[in-house]
Design a protein around this ligand. Structure first.
Ligand code: MLT
Length: 299
């Protein structure tokens, strides 16, 4: 008899990590959303590191390696770009042009990259998930094993509403596939968070402490972008490669087979103002992404 699917949620990085078959790491605002966007736009290897100092050192070392172009150095401290970084941590700052100019990236954030590295240290497969790739990430996790661990980055080692909400969204999807899933108490809490939003994800997400803070410092659009559900079928996975006498974590992506991707268009003629955008897609050959409306950004 097949083992039942089990789901456990760690509400904040720093809590004990139980034994699971796969970690789904969540930092919706904004590290795992940025990571997913990086790969959506065709990004190459992405190195998550635990501090801005290490990020600068790794960028410098990779830049000096034979045949290596300079990595894109990105991330945040208190949500803003650290001194000398190429980009901060807004998913809207990424574009195809920037990514083409930097075939790899180095990323350091307050909570998200640390959560990824904590999960990697357990030796268990690690997936980066957010609202944008939730179904694809879940599908991939289920292909790895039955004991799913959702690791919420949280905020300053405390539970965060945004990540807990996203964990609940994923668990809600999981229960549709496996109604018999066994939920740990923390997973039940995350599911209750999702259910309390009654489907109004963006409205609920905007009440998160970090969302309020981001909005106040001018990153409100990042919240809307981070709440676009299942618009990406990209699944970032964490690999480790030998480096000196240790291991280096590297994110690479596979294309998932998210059930909802691409979202089915509403029937009826394309409104006039979409024509130029659709033309852009065909010209760029970017038919992998679907136009969801005015908010389609030239990536
Ligand atoms: C985090 O690591 O929690 C996020 O990167 C914070 C942010 O992007 O503002």
């Amino acid at each position: 008899m097949a083992r039942p699917v089990e789901a456990d949620v760690v509400l904040a990085c720093g809590e004990h990590l139980p034994a699971v078959d796969v970690w789904i790491v969540i930092d919706v605002l904004r590290a795992t959303t940025v990571i997913t966007r990086w790969f959506e736009l065709g990004g190459g290897d992405l190195y998550p590191v635990a501090s801005t100092t290490e990020a600068r050192e790794l960028t410098s070392r990779l830049s000096s390696e034979e045949g290596m172009s300079r990595p894109l150095l990105m991330g945040e401290e208190n949500a803003i770009p650290p001194e000398g970084f190429d980009l901060g941590n807004s998913p809207l700052d990424l574009s195809r042009e920037i990514i083409r100019a930097h075939p790899c990236g180095v990323m350091s954030t307050s909570n998200g990259t640390i959560a990824l590295l904590s999960a990697a240290a357990t030796g268990t497969p690690v997936i980066a998930a957010c609202v944008r790739n939730a179904s694809a990430a879940l599908d991939h996790a289920l292909s790895v094993g039955q004991r799913l661990g959702l690791l919420c980055a949280g905020r300053r080692r405390r539970p965060a509403w945004d990540d807990t909400l996203c964990a609940g969204l994923i668990l809600n999807e999981l229960r549709k596939i496996h109604p018999e899933v066994i939920l740990a108490d923390s997973a039940r809490l995350a599911l209750l968070a999702w259910q309390s939003s009654q489907g109004h994800l963006l409205e609920s997400m905007r009440t998160a402490d970090h969302a309020v803070f981001l909005d106040r410092i001018g990153y409100g659009e990042d919240i809307d972008f981070s709440c676009e559900q299942n618009v990406a079928s990209i699944v970032p996975l964490l690999y480790e490669e030998p480096e000196g006498d240790g291991m280096r974590a590297i994110l690479r992506a596979v294309l998932g087979n998210a059930r909802q991707y691409p979202p089915q268009p509403t029937p009826g003629p394309e409104p006039e103002d979409f024509t130029p955008l659709l033309q852009y897609a065909y010209e760029e050959g970017d038919t992998a992404h679907f136009f969801l409306g005015k908010n389609r950004r030239k990536g």
